[in-house]
Write a protein of this length. Structure first.
Lengths: 532, 166
């Protein structure tokens, strides 16, 4: 434990460990000192001059982002000197800023807009013409508007210090200085450059994919977990008109810091897919599948099970399903007399590690919940393209349950001999044409749940979109069926389904939705220890 | 409490006679017959005069090359209290921000003029226009082309010589 230093900021006493900067200490008492170049995940060059504060006894204003606290220091962040400094600095920033907020994508979430609105001058005094750079394509997903840039160099430092692939630099001097790429190389081929768009405090770096798509104030933000690999980065889904518009990382120092990879950032088209399974379909004796109400369909299924009796069950799940979905599927399989539970997932050759934050990587496993599936008792089959491995299930004559796996590599006669073939998914699949029951599921973005990441950290996600028509989360459907069969209680919420899982699976024992919270929690320690 | 009776006097005949009022009314009528002053407007044969601050159906200003002035900044749908503007922004072939979809539902519109007030590029205006008969309801959702075709005068939200209405 480091030695504590006590200082006074704006009349408020605060104790922080020695070596903390004034800016961090101010943050602790809820004072946000305006800043551009400082970012908690990178070094501070103290070049934006916006965070200068008055320190009593110091000959001039001190940059709070690099000045360490000292004992009995008295700091003023709202004094005439500090506010006057900010007003002056902001006026300088606006000398060459084009003020094109109406067409700027950052408008509404821009630090320059906020600070100038709060503390800047109402009118500029500059009469000289503004210098013009125009816009530049940096490659990858990044467009650069040089005129809007405030030269905080966060993007340059991110590429140098965090991604550690030097692609950006400052060229020219004085008011001609501008961020540029080396030759024509650009950011093409880097895997984390989306983060420089997030950390850019103004609209200088914008996403090509999101360009002009939506205004910042129109977007709803939903905390979620990235479903694109087993790292489980904490993210926010930004939605408008019931569509995912973009994905932004959410700070969680235990998992992803402030960052996320470009693959995960742009892999959201599938969440917006329009063509979906709409209604529960039940195949009648003549072979045609017709839509049916949920209650009737489930009753028919229970009758069918009653006729079949108990038998070996073969279940295929997708590792994109939540712990709750997988847990209730396992419970149902157990209730039906047990059987094989398998999953298939895509794996790639290499991890893409973020060098400056080595615990973060785009993992080999491109599914969010393979660890959860393993802990709940599913085994992995098939190859690294998530194909094959279902030969015995395709010809199984007992009960076959497919959850979420689209069976895209399977032939149309899949499950022809099955006594009972239940297919749950969000998309119609040709290989499910023999299914007796087809149930529409909500996607990950439409339901609440949790994933278990590569470090066995259970993390919750929230629903961001309205579900399509009759689709329901799998835990609700399977939970109701299992409850009917074993005279138990059907789960009424995702939290309910998770507590059921915690009762049945040792690894999750003792965990509740409350424990997991917004930051996640690692699965049962005794389980982890006993295994190793 | 003792009961008392209040005696009301009958009004005098000269106060109750309608004759005087009727005669003065007839006098006014005859005066107008001889010296008519025009109040009735012969609408629609004669067009009416609208106040320069009349707020009617919208129009979109266009550049000299025919492009709409709108830059799809999204302020009018944000400020619109009736939520009647639908805007989808995009990028045109010259890299400019422009509205791919710009629709105003004139039935939902309450003609407050805030869209005109908030527009940073003076593109959308409410107009001095009110004759909007159509055969179908859907024709009252004005799309971008329709808004650009409108040629009626636009509204002066304030008098330039007296901007604070004093």
């Amino acid at each position: 434990m480091a030695e504590l230093v006590t200082l006074t900021i704006d009349g408020q006493e605060v104790s922080v460990p020695r070596g903390t900067t004034i800016l961090e200490a101010a943050k602790k008492i809820g004072k946000q000192v305006p800043h551009y170049c400082y970012h908690p995940g990178m070094s501070s060059p103290a070049m934006c001059r916006l965070c200068l504060v008055e320190v009593e006894g110091a000959p001039k204003s001190m940059p709070s982002c690099v000045t360490a606290v000292t004992e009995d220091q008295i700091v003023h962040t709202e004094s005439k000197q500090a506010v006057g400094n900010r007003e002056g600095v902001l006026e300088f920033y606006l000398v060459n800023h084009p003020l094109d907020c109406p067409i700027c994508d950052m408008s509404g979430e821009c630090d320059l807009q906020d600070y100038v609105h709060a503390e800047g001058r109402a009118h500029g005094r500059s009469e000289e013409p503004k210098r013009v750079f125009g816009r530049d394509d940096f490659g990858g997903d990044v467009l650069f508007y040089g005129d809007r840039c405030v030269m905080c160099t966060r993007c340059v430092r991110f590429m140098n210090e965090v991604e550690q692939d030097e692609r950006l630099t400052v060229v020219e001097r004085g008011n001609r200085s501008v961020i540029d790429t080396f030759f024509e190389e650009g950011l093409e081929g880097t895997h984390w450059h989306g983060n420089i768009i997030d950390i850019c405090p103004v609209g200088a770096l914008v996403s090509k994919e999101f360009l002009y798509k939506a205004r910042a104030w129109d977007l709803e933000h939903t905390p979620s977990i990235c479903p694109s690999c087993s790292q489980g980065c904490n993210i926010e889904l930004h939605t408008r008109d019931n569509l995912i518009q973009r994905i932004k990382p959410r700070e969680n120092l235990e998992v992803n810091g402030w960052w996320m990879c470009d693959y995960g950032r742009h892999n959201h088209g599938w969440m917006n897919r329009g063509i979906r399974l709409e209604d529960p379909l039940v195949r009648t004796l003549d072979g045609a599948a017709g839509p049916m109400r949920w209650r009737d369909a489930l009753e028919q299924l229970l009758q069918h099970v009653g006729v079949m009796g108990e038998g070996r069950v073969k279940a295929v799940a997708t590792p994109f399903a939540s712990n709750e979905d997988l847990g209730t599927l396992a419970e149902l399989v157990g209730t039906l007399g047990g059987g094989d539970m398998v999953y298939r997932s895509v794996r790639v050759e290499e991890e893409v590690v973020l060098k400056g934050f080595p615990t973060l990587a785009r993992r080999k496993d491109l599914a969010p919940n393979t660890n959860g599936a393993e802990l709940i008792g599913f085994t992995r089959v098939g190859d690294d393209q998530a194909a094959g491995g279902l030969e015995d299930i395709a010809k199984h004559d007992g009960i076959v349950i497919i959850m979420g796996d689209e069976l895209s590599d399977q032939a149309e006669d899949f499950g022809q001999e099955a006594g009972l073939f239940v297919y749950l998914g969000d998309q119609q699949s040709p290989a499910a044409s023999n299914a007796h029951f087809v149930f529409p599921l909500t996607t990950f973005a439409e339901q609440e749940g949790s994933f278990t990441n590569i470090a066995r950290r259970v993390q919750r996600f929230s629903p961001a979109l309205e579900p399509s028509s009759m689709a329901r989360p799998a835990w609700l459907i399977l939970g109701a069926l299992a409850a009917e069969l074993n005279n138990g209680d059907a789960p009424r919420s995702a939290a309910d389904a998770f507590s059921g899982l915690a009762r049945r699976v040792e690894a999750f024992a003792g965990l509740t939705y409350q424990d997991i919270g917004i930051r996640g929690a690692v699965v049962n320690e005794t389980y982890v220890l006993s295994e190793s | 409490m003792a009961i008392s009776v209040k005696v009301m006097n009958r009004p005098e005949p000269e106060d109750t006679s309608y004759l005087r009022a009727a005669l003065s009314g007839m006098a006014l009528t005859f005066r107008h017959l001889v010296n008519p002053s025009k109040v009735t407007q012969q609408y629609p044969e004669e067009p009416t005069d609208l106040s320069p601050r009349w707020r009617g159906t919208h129009r979109m200003e266009v550049h000299a090359d025919g492009r709409p002035k709108c830059v799809a900044c999204g302020l009018c749908p944000t400020v619109c209290p009736a939520n009647c503007i639908r805007l989808v922004g995009g990028e045109d072939d010259q890299g400019n921000r422009y509205p791919i979809v710009y629709e105003i539902d004139e039935f939902r519109c309450i003609f407050c003029g805030m869209c005109q007030e908030v527009c940073p590029v003076e593109a959308i205006h409410v107009g001095q226009h009110f004759e909007n008969a159509e055969y179908t309801r859907s024709r009252f959702v004005y799309d971008l082309d329709r808004l650009m075709e409108q040629d009626h005068p636009t509204t002066l939200l304030w008098d330039p010589s007296d901007p604070s209405s004093e």
